[in-house]
Design a protein around this ligand. Structure first.
Ligand code: ATP
Length: 233
């Protein structure tokens, strides 16, 4: 069976400066993968390049067999790709509910407001609060919820737990497990190893703009030496 998302030989540049040197990655439908790697190795760049935000790129990106390299950025979402950036990008002056109603539902299978509130009960409680009044965790959940409204097939998540309290991190983990039950395909960039091992099916280890290995979660313990070396922990 072909992977839902297939990336091969992906290279990317910021101006003249190359950041990706041939990234190979595949994600099956319903699978959750986590990209690990030290700061600056190209994890965020990988997500941004797959999404089409970085246009100076080379290689192949296929979603459900369809070539995405020639698809303009504003159309990537239509093909079922959604990106939640580290900075979250919600509208601070709008309320939670206004934020949720804002994005156009671009593909079939987008979640209704009721479904969103069932998945994120605290967003229901905060539905009339403006973005500026939300905690970091609530902002992260709102950012994820907004993308889920659009009917994504593949969710790209950049460090969703960064800077959040352990109890909120746990809640985000629960949400991701529920999304997994619904068959969502997820590519997660995460520094929080202990968080990722509870939800990921497979890991990619990244170094110097390339994937250096990938392995299923059950091999994690056996690979600690390799991980410590590449992650420099
Ligand atoms: P981090 O966890 O720190 O975000 P990362 O693995 O996600 O690390 P990237 O942010 O993808 O790494 O950065 C990869 C390389 O690209 C780094 O050398 C970085 O300095 C460079 N880079 C990132 N963003 C830009 C930019 N806007 N302009 C120029 N170079 C950039």
């Amino acid at each position: 069976m072909a992977a839902l998302l297939e990336v091969s030989g992906l290279e990317a540049w910021y101006g003249e400066s190359q950041a990706l040197y041939g990234v190979d990655l595949h994600v099956n439908e319903g699978e959750m993968i986590t990209i690990l790697g030290r700061n600056g190795v190209g994890k965020t760049t990988t997500l941004r390049t797959i999404m089409g935000i970085i246009r100076k790129r080379k290689g192949t990106i296929k979603l459900g067999g369809k070539d995405l390299m020639s698809v303009p950025l504003h159309r990537t979402a239509r093909y079922g790709m959604g990106f939640v950036p580290e900075e979250r990008g919600i509208f601070a002056t709008l309320t939670v509910e206004e934020n949720l109603k804002l994005p156009p539902v671009v593909a079939s299978g987008g979640m209704s407001l009721d479904e969103i509130y069932e998945l994120f009960p605290n967003l229901l409680e905060r539905r009339n609060s403006p973005g500026t009044k939300l905690s970091g965790g609530e902002q992260q959940m709102l950012a994820m919820a907004r993308i889920l409204r659009t009917g994504v097939k593949v969710l790209l998540l950049d460090e969703p737990t960064e800077g959040l309290a352990p109890v909120i991190v746990q809640r985000i983990g629960e949400v991701l497990l529920k999304l997994k039950e619904r068959g969502m395909t997820v590519v997660l960039v995460e520094q929080n190893f202990r968080f990722a091992r509870k939800i990921a099916d497979r890991f990619y280890l990244m170094d110097h703009g390339q994937m250096v290995s990938d392995f299923p979660v059950h091999e994690l313990s056996d690979r600690m030496d390799e991980l410590n070396k590449v992650l420099g922990v």
